[in-house]
Write a protein that binds this ligand. Sequence first.
Ligand SMILES: CC(C)(COP(=O)(O)OP(=O)(O)OC[C@H]1O[C@@H](n2cnc3c(N)ncnc32)[C@H](O)[C@@H]1OP(=O)(O)O)[C@@H](O)C(=O)NCCC(=O)NCCS
Length: 148
Amino acid sequence: MSPPAFSLRPAIEADYPWLWQLKRDTMRGYVENTWGSWDEVAQEAFFRRNFSPATVNVITTGHHDVGLLELVHRPHEIFLANIQIAPAHQSRGLGAAVVRTVQDEAAACGLPLCLQVLKVNPARRFYERLGFTVTSETLSHWFMEWRA
Ligand SMILES: CC(C)(COP(=O)(O)OP(=O)(O)OC[C@H]1O[C@@H](n2cnc3c(N)ncnc32)[C@H](O)[C@@H]1OP(=O)(O)O)[C@@H](O)C(=O)NCCC(=O)NCCS
């Protein structure tokens, strides 16, 4: 089966409410499982402070916004800061298709692709299937890396 078609477009300020909702829908459970609670006010303040349209892309299929991809380009690596696919669009191969395009970009730049993932998040398996390996850990996170 061919991978799902998608496009990326730079986020704009007007995307903020939907992207905050997306984060809440996709990450709240993992935050609660890691730290015991979800402080709505503190979480939104953190999200607001770090919302940077310059690094955030909205993933679209057809004319629908279905996810978020945030990359940080550093001299020594590309850091996959966030990927979130809306629940109704998960487990259809979209996340893998998006990450593969970022892997192509990292390979073309001759840079590793790095990320961190909460230990309670089953996404570690998703990244391992794409060839990422764990390079280090903290109490809460796995640090993972992929090299061409
Ligand atoms: C992780 C995620 C980006 C994968 O995208 P996707 O389009 O669902 O992934 P694909 O269809 O290409 O691959 C499916 C695999 O993704 C993982 N996955 C699917 N839904 C998931 C979810 N809600 N949370 C974490 N991983 C999930 C599983 O490993 C799944 O494999 P399985 O069906 O064999 O268990 C997406 O599920 C998601 O946005 N999850 C919530 C946010 C998140 O955890 N982001 C990563 C933070 S580091």
